[in-house]
Design a protein around this ligand. Structure first.
Ligand code: Z5A
Length: 210
């Protein structure tokens, strides 16, 4: 990929099952628009027509035979398309990009959860993204039990939601470990209090960014 110079801010939102990503993505979007930012909101896997087709395959609970490397490569295939078609053009036009999950999810789910070597993920990251990394990543953090209980009230589980407790604990630990070594790029938000308290914590970070 081209290492294009970027101007807009790139924000990603991460976390395990049921932490309230969707709820808080909507809050961040509204807050940034009120602050006068030109913004696009997108998600991974997905965000493009092709990426959404790959998402459907990746989440399909019937795709039980998918091997771990296939899962990893499909995540990055969708990401390559997403970067070229949506994320880089927006950033280069000076827009802000708010993305529901990005490569931290790959480290957490395919690395921490599935056990794929982090160095292999880092190679793909460099290949597909060059030097592009999010400017700010919100890690919404919640004990797995509470998150699964919140998420459990929804529709039929997808392929990831069928995973066991132990898998999600490894995912959570990976998010926290990555945030701990790069505190400037991450904000770990305690997602256990009320929605308004969580959003208050997010707002403190946003106020420093605009
Ligand atoms: N994946 C991967 O493996 N590798 C990768 O590289 C990428 C992704 C990019 C799809 O993600 C899957 O892709 C994901 C990892 C994998 N699988 N999993 N698990 P997704 O983001 O589309 O799926 P999701 O994790 O299920 O996210 P979600 O649908 O956005 O759910 P959420 O984060 O929990 O958001 P929510 O709907 O806002 O919250 C859940 C409920 O809790 C809801 O009823 C809220 O009203 C409630 N809620 C929210 N906040 C609160 C508070 N503070 N108190 C009480 N209740 C609350």
């Amino acid at each position: 990929m081209n290492n294009a110079v970027t101007k807009g801010q790139f924000i990603t939102v991460e976390g395990t099952e049921g932490v309230g990503k969707s709820t808080n993505m909507a809050f961040i979007e509204e807050w940034l628009i009120k602050s006068g930012k030109e913004l696009i909101v997108t998600r991974e896997p997905g965000g493009t027509e092709l990426g959404e087709k790959l998402r459907a395959v990746l989440l399909d609970a019937k795709e039980q035979s998918m091997c771990d490397d296939t899962e990893l490569l499909l995540m990055f295939a969708a990401r390559a398309q997403h970067l070229q078609e949506v994320i880089l053009p927006a950033l280069n036009a000076g827009k802000w990009v708010l993305c529901d999950r990005f490569t931290d999810s790959t480290y957490a789910y395919q690395g921490g959860g599935r056990g794929i070597k982090m160095s292999s993920i880092a190679e793909l990251e460099q290949w597909v993204q060059g030097d592009l990394r999010p400017d700010m990543t919100f890690v919404l953090d919640l004990p797995i039990d509470i998150g699964l209980e919140r998420a459990g009230k929804r529709s039929a589980p997808d392929r990831f939601e069928l995973e066991k407790h132990d898998f999600f604990n490894k995912v959570r630990d990976t998010f926290l470990a990555r945030a701990a070594v790069q505190p400037d790029r991450y904000s770990v938000i305690d997602a256990s209090p009320s929605i308004s308290d969580v959003q208050q914590s997010i707002q403190v970070v946003l106020e420093k960014m605009v």
